[in-house]
Write a protein that binds this ligand. Structure first.
Ligand SMILES: [Zn+2]
Length: 473
């Protein structure tokens, strides 16, 4: 951050860390960071921003390539026609088949389309949980970071902030199971994994729009010894960067881990892996009350992906108990069956309402606004999980902001927290009008400057992949 502002934005109203404020003058430096935030200020030559200005939403969990398979796993695959037999596990087989046909150009084209969609939905940063390291037959690319760099390149073209989280994926399953053909692109030994991570850290050092962390895939795919070696090695590369892991997404995950180790997976991680505020436990769906409280006090972020968790039939996160324990959380679009911060937040709350037959589960006490609480929690938790200075309009943070169209009928007559509640809980129109990341306008009047070319490349990729198989992924 340079200390002096190079230019100013004047916002009629903006959501600051202390709440809504009028006539807010934001000072930006040449690097795209906020250096001053002054409510009740004169316009005084600043660029005027009409509408309601919010911090951009972090999307803490993405597998970009899955965007191209969204909608293609909605046919029953159980052999006996029993819906109960179709599950996450049959979905996973379809996804593994899909990745055997995906090359670097495909990956970049799909990711660019996805990231433009994210920006248009109000997401300004993404955590890419990236495990397509090897080529389709399981051999290394000439540059081991080839596929990761393609995702970062797509993020840069779209203009979304990126936390690249290379995945450590060691075995096919519990008991050291051999990988199936769909998994062979993911598997790296710990030494090669740490070389990849070190190379990525070096490649993006000093880049304010990119952070590199790691993602041991899960306790299912990374045995304890490999997990420890990766964490020890990573501590020597960057002792402050984020660590993400899938945890307790499925009841079967929990049951198998109990059988293997005698402990539930989140309890095991809390006891053995040094889980703290650097960590993001993605899903963490199936927690007992001790795990719920333990995760909350650890400072780790629960990475909740409600639309994907619904699509996969995972289950419901114990939100009320976790909020009661002061837990941090954020949202991710994961498999991209939906690219909408609104839908993630709405369905997080609606799932709880359906399960408890009550309303306003996430509201902060009597009279508190549910949508506003969901949004502010997801901003702060998402920023922590992505390890970048984002998620708030405050000095030292990136100038990542979303401008809602207050002339939109959905928001007519709404102000303050009622405006956020109306955005999240009324209708399906998208009132996101402009989006800025790192001080650059990337969405103007709902459009991205390169969206047509990016969509053309995406269509060509999907057509080619469908043609290769005949019926699509
Ligand atoms: Zn995931």
């Amino acid at each position: 951050m340079n200390e002096t502002a190079e230019r100013y934005l004047w916002c009629a109203r903006a959501l600051l860390p202390g709440g809504w404020a009028d006539a807010v003058r934001l000072g930006l430096d040449a690097a795209g960071d906020l250096v001053s935030v002054e409510p009740g200020a004169d316009e005084d030559g600043a660029e005027r921003v009409a509408g309601a200005v919010l911090p951009g939403m972090p999307n803490l969990h993405s597998h970009a390539f899955q965007r191209a398979a969204a909608g293609l796993t909605e046919r029953r695959h159980s052999a006996d026609g029993d819906a109960a037999g179709d599950s996450f596990w049959t979905w996973r087989e379809v996804m593994h088949g899909f990745v055997t046909r995906l090359g670097p150009d495909d990956h970049e084209a799909i990711a660019a389309q996805l990231y433009v969609e994210m920006l248009k939905a109000g997401y300004t940063a993404v955590g890419e949980f990236h495990y397509l390291h090897l080529d389709p037959v399981g051999a290394a690319y000439a540059d081991p970071g080839e596929m990761a760099h393609r995702a970062v390149r797509a993020a840069k073209r779209a203009g979304i902030g990126m936390t690249m989280l290379p995945v450590l994926y060691s075995v096919g399953g519990y008991g050291g199971a051999q990988p199936n053909p769909g998994q062979r692109r993911y598997i790296l030994e710990v030494d090669r994994f740490l070389e990849l991570v070190g190379g990525l850290i070096g490649a993006y050092a000093g880049d304010a729009d990119v952070r590199v962390g790691i993602a041991p895939h899960s306790v299912r795919q990374v045995p304890a010894a490999e997990l420890k070696a990766a964490l020890d090695g990573f501590a020597g590369l960057d002792a402050a960067a984020p660590i993400h892991i899938h945890a307790a997404e499925q009841v079967k995950d929990v049951d198998e881990h109990v059988r293997e180790t005698g402990a539930r997976p989140v309890a095991w991680l809390l006891e053995h892996a040094g889980v703290d505020a650097r960590w993001c436990l993605v899903h963490a769906t199936h927690l007992d009350i001790a795990e719920t409280r333990g995760l909350a006090v650890s400072g780790a972020v629960a990475g909740l992906c409600p639309t994907t968790e619904a699509n996969l039939g995972d289950g419901l996160f114990p939100l009320a108990d976790y909020l009661g324990a002061g837990g941090a959380w954020g949202i991710g679009s994961d498999s991209h069956v939906s690219v909408s911060a609104v839908e993630e937040l709405r369905w997080l709350e609606y799932g709880q309402r359906l399960a408890t037959r009550s309303r306003n589960v996430a509201a902060p006490g009597h009279g508190g606004a549910t949508g506003a609480r969901l949004l502010t929690d997801a901003l702060s938790g998402g920023a922590r999980a992505l390890g970048r200075p984002i998620g708030a309009l405050a000095p030292g943070r990136r100038a990542d902001l979303v401008v809602l169209d207050t002339d939109h009928p959905q928001l007519a007559g709404r102000a303050g927290d009622a405006l956020i509640d109306s955005w999240i809980f009324s209708g399906n129109a998208n009132p996101v009008r402009h989006v800025m990341t790192g001080g650059r306008w990337v969405i103007r009047d709902g459009r991205h400057a390169e969206e047509d070319a990016i969509a053309d490349a995406y269509r060509a990729t999907v057509a080619r992949m469908a043609g290769a198989e005949g019926t699509g992924p």
